[in-house]
Write a protein that binds this ligand. Structure first.
Ligand SMILES: *[C@@H]1O[C@H](CO)[C@@H](O)[C@H](O)[C@H]1NC(C)=O
Ligand SMILES: *[C@@H]1O[C@H](CO)[C@@H](O)[C@H](O)[C@H]1NC(C)=O
Ligand SMILES: *[C@@H]1O[C@H](CO)[C@@H](O)[C@H](O)[C@H]1NC(C)=O
Ligand SMILES: *[C@@H]1O[C@H](CO)[C@@H](O)[C@H](O)[C@H]1NC(C)=O
Ligand SMILES: *[C@@H]1O[C@H](CO)[C@@H](O)[C@H](O)[C@H]1NC(C)=O
Ligand SMILES: *[C@@H]1O[C@H](CO)[C@@H](O)[C@H](O)[C@H]1NC(C)=O
Length: 501
C-alpha cells in the first residue's frame, strides 16, 4: 500500500495510520481447471503486471507456491473437499502436510490464509461434518510451527448456508447446517478468523430476472431497495447479500467475526439464455465492485467496514463443466490477453465507459520505468512486455540503438513505452504492476527513439540527454485518499460505537 509514497512531511504518521488501518483489498482467484493455462511463472508475471497483491488458489500446488516466491503477493491456499477426510482423521496428517508441502516454501512465498474445504454445503458428497475437525487439526499444526498468528484458518461457503437472505435484516443460517456451522463459527470467533463467503449477484439475476434488476446487480441502480425492518437503503445486491450474512451472524451473537468475500465476479460469455453474461456487464460489475470496495464504503449495516474481496477469476477455465458461462469467468484468456480492461487499483479513470475520453493520450505522453520500482518487479514486467506483451524488444538488444545504457531501468522504459503506445496509451497500459509511470517529456535519446501513438519504428536521431524516470503524482494522491478514507472510516466506526453504547 505504501508503494510510491512520496510525502516526506508527516510520512511516519501516515505510515503508522496505514499500518493500523490496512483498508479493503482486492485479490483474485487463480483457478486452474483448464488445460491451456500459462505456466505458474508466467502467471506470476501477469499478476504482478496488473498490480494484484492478493491471490487465492484452491490447493497447495508446489509449482504455484514456488512461482510466487519472493514476490509481495499474499496467497490464500486451500485444502480441497476431497482431502478433508485424512485431515479430519489424524493430527499427524495435517502435521505432515504442513511440514512437507508448505513450510519448505514459507515465508519466501507469503501465505496468509488456508481455506479448509470449499463450499462444503454444495459438495455432492456430504463432507460437512469433516470441516471443523480438519480446521482444528490444521490450526494445531500451525501452532506447533509457531505460525497460527500469521496464517489464518477458515473455510469458504456459498450463500446456500443461509435459509433466508431477504430482507437483509432477516438473514439467517439454515438450521440444516447448524451441526457444523455452529462449531465453525465458534472456531472463527476464537481465532479471529474471517467468515468466508462466495457471493454471486450474477446467479441471483440469472435465476430470477423478473425479480432482480440487472442494474441493481451491476451496482448501476438509480433507485434503492429499502429493508423494512431497519430502514436501511440498498443500492446494490452485493451489499444486501453481505448484510444478510452480518445479520445472520448477529442473530447467533457472533458480533466479532469479519466477513471476507472469497469469490465474486461476472461471466463475460454464456449460453443463449444467459443474456447478461457479456464482456460489458462483466467489466461494469468488476469495475464498480473494485471502486465500491477500495472506497471503504462498507455496507449499509456496517458503513466504513473494510472488506477483502477476491474476484473470480483470473483465467477462463475450459475444463469446467456446466453452462457456457462457467468457462467464461476469467479476466484473461489463457494467452494472457485481457477479456476486457480492468483497473485493479480502482483509482484510474473515473468511469470505464468514458475511459477513452479521460485517459487516452493524444500521443504526447510516454510510459517509462518508475525509479521506485524494485529490480525484481522491473525484470518481471520487462520479461512480460517482451514476451506475452508482444513488444518488439530488438532495439534493446546488444549493439542496437537502445541497448546503451545497458541497465534494467533503461531497457524496461523502452519496452514499457512500446507496450503503452501499442495498447491505446491508457493508464492501464502503463501500469506494469505499479512499475510504470507516464511522463510528458519524450524519453528518446541519441539514436534510441521511443515510440509514439501511430509510430512503431525505431528511427535514428541525434540528441544526447537521457531523461531520468520521473514519478507521477498519482501514487501520492492514492496515499492521501486512502488515508483520509481510513480516518473517515475510523471516526465513523467510533461514532457508531458510541451511538450503540
Ligand atoms: C451430512 O452428515 C451429517 C452428519 O454426518 C448429517 O447430520 C447431515 O444431515 C448430512 N446432510 C445431508 C444433506 O445428508
Ligand atoms: C467513494 O466515497 C466518496 C466519499 O465518501 C463518495 O463521494 C463516492 O461516491 C464513493 N464512490 C463510490 C463508487 O461509492
Ligand atoms: C466521450 O467521447 C465520445 C466520442 O468522442 C462522446 O460521444 C462522449 O460523449 C464523450 N463522453 C464524455 C463523458 O465526454
Ligand atoms: C494533445 O494534448 C495536449 C495536452 O492536453 C495539448 O496541448 C495538445 O495540443 C494536444 N495535441 C493534439 C495534436 O491534439
Ligand atoms: C506497427 O506495428 C504493427 C503491428 O504491431 C504493424 O502491423 C505495422 O506495420 C507497424 N507499423 C510500422 C510503421 O512499423
Ligand atoms: C550525430 O552527431 C554527430 C556530431 O554531433 C555526427 O558526427 C553524427 O553523424 C550524427 N549522427 C547522425 C545519425 O545524425
Amino acid at each position: 500500500m505504501a508503494r510510491g509514497f512520496r510525502l516526506i512531511f508527516a510520512a511516519s504518521l501516515l505510515l503508522m495510520l496505514l499500518d493500523f488501518c490496512n483498508g479493503s483489498t482486492i485479490g483474485i482467484c487463480y483457478g486452474r481447471n483448464a488445460d491451456d493455462l500459462p505456466t505458474p511463472d508466467k502467471v506470476v508475471q501477469l499478476v504482478q503486471l496488473h498490480n494484484i497483491k492478493y491471490v487465492r488458489i484452491y490447493d497447495s500446488n508446489v509449482q504455484v507456491l514456488k512461482a510466487f516466491a519472493n514476490t509481495r503477493v499474499e496467497l490464500m491456499i486451500g485444502i480441497p473437499n476431497s482431502d478433508l477426510l485424512p485431515f479430519s482423521q489424524f493430527q499427524s496428517n495435517a502435521d505432515t502436510w504442513l511440514r512437507n508441502s508448505i513450510l519448505p516454501y514459507y515465508p519466501t512465498t507469503k501465505i496468509t490464509y488456508i481455506t479448509v474445504g470449499a463450499e462444503v454445503t454444495e459438495s455432492p458428497n456430504n463432507v460437512s461434518a469433516l470441516v471443523v475437525p480438519a480446521m482444528k487439526n490444521v490450526l494445531a499444526a500451525l501452532r506447533k510451527a509457531g505460525l497460527h498468528r500469521k496464517i489464518k484458518v477458515s473455510s469458504t461457503h456459498s450463500l446456500g448456508v443461509l435459509s433466508r437472505s431477504f430482507p437483509p435484516s432477516a438473514g439467517a443460517f439454515s438450521s440444516n447446517h447448524a451441526y457444523f456451522l455452529k462449531p465453525m463459527l465458534e472456531f472463527l470467533a476464537e481465532n479471529q478468523s474471517p467468515f468466508m463467503i462466495d457471493i454471486y449477484p450474477y446467479y441471483a439475476y440469472r435465476d430470477s430476472p423478473s425479480k432482480v434488476s440487472l442494474d441493481y446487480a451491476l451496482f448501476e441502480s438509480s433507485s434503492e431497495v429499502i429493508d423494512p425492518n431497519t430502514g436501511l437503503l440498498y443500492t446494490n445486491m452485493l451489499d444486501a447479500q453481505i448484510d444478510a450474512i452480518y445479520f445472520a451472524l448477529m442473530a447467533l451473537n457472533f458480533r466479532t467475526i469479519k466477513i471476507m468475500i472469497t469469490e465474486t465476479g461476472w461471466p463475460s460469455k454464456g449460453s443463449m439464455k444467459e443474456t447478461a453474461a457479456t464482456p460489458d456487464n462483466a467489466q461494469t460489475y468488476n469495475t464498480n465492485l473494485i471502486r465500491h470496495v477500495i472506497n471503504n464504503t462498507g455496507t449499509p449495516a456496517k458503513p466504513g467496514e473494510e472488506l477483502d474481496v477476491y474476484i473470480f477469476s483470473l483465467f477462463n477455465e475450459n475444463r469446467k463443466p456446466g453452462l457456457e458461462s462457467e468457462r467464461n469467468w476469467g479476466l484473461f484468456y489463457p494467452d494472457q490477453t485481457s477479456v476486457y480492461n480492468l483497473d485493479f487499483t480502482g483509482r484510474g479513470a473515473v468511469d470505464m465507459t468514458t475511459e477513452a475520453n479521460i485517459t487516452r493520450s493524444n500521443g504526447t505522453t510516454w510510459c517509462i520505468a518508475s525509479n521506485k520500482a524494485s529490480e525484481i518487479d522491473l525484470q518481471n514486467a520487462l520479461d512480460w512486455a517482451c514476451g506475452s506483451g508482444n513488444v518488439d524488444c530488438t532495439a534493446i538488444q546488444p549493439s542496437q540503438p537502445c541497448f546503451e545504457p545497458d541497465n534494467l531501468a533503461s531497457h524496461a522504459s523502452y519496452a514499457f513505452n512500446s507496450y503503452y503506445q501499442q495498447n491505446g496509451a491508457t493508464d492501464v497500459a502503463c501500469s506494469f504492476g505499479g512499475t510504470g509511470v507516464k511522463v510528458d517529456k519524450d524519453p528518446s535519446y541519441d539514436k534510441c527513439i521511443y515510440m509514439r501513438v501511430g509510430s512503431n519504428k525505431t528511427m535514428a536521431s541525434n540528441t544526447t540527454a537521457i531523461s531520468a524516470p520521473s514519478s507521477s503524482s498519482f501514487s501520492c494522491q492514492n496515499e492521501v485518499s486512502s488515508w483520509t478514507s481510513c480516518l473517515f472510516m475510523t471516526s465513523l466506526l467510533f461514532m457508531l460505537n458510541i451511538g450503540r453504547a
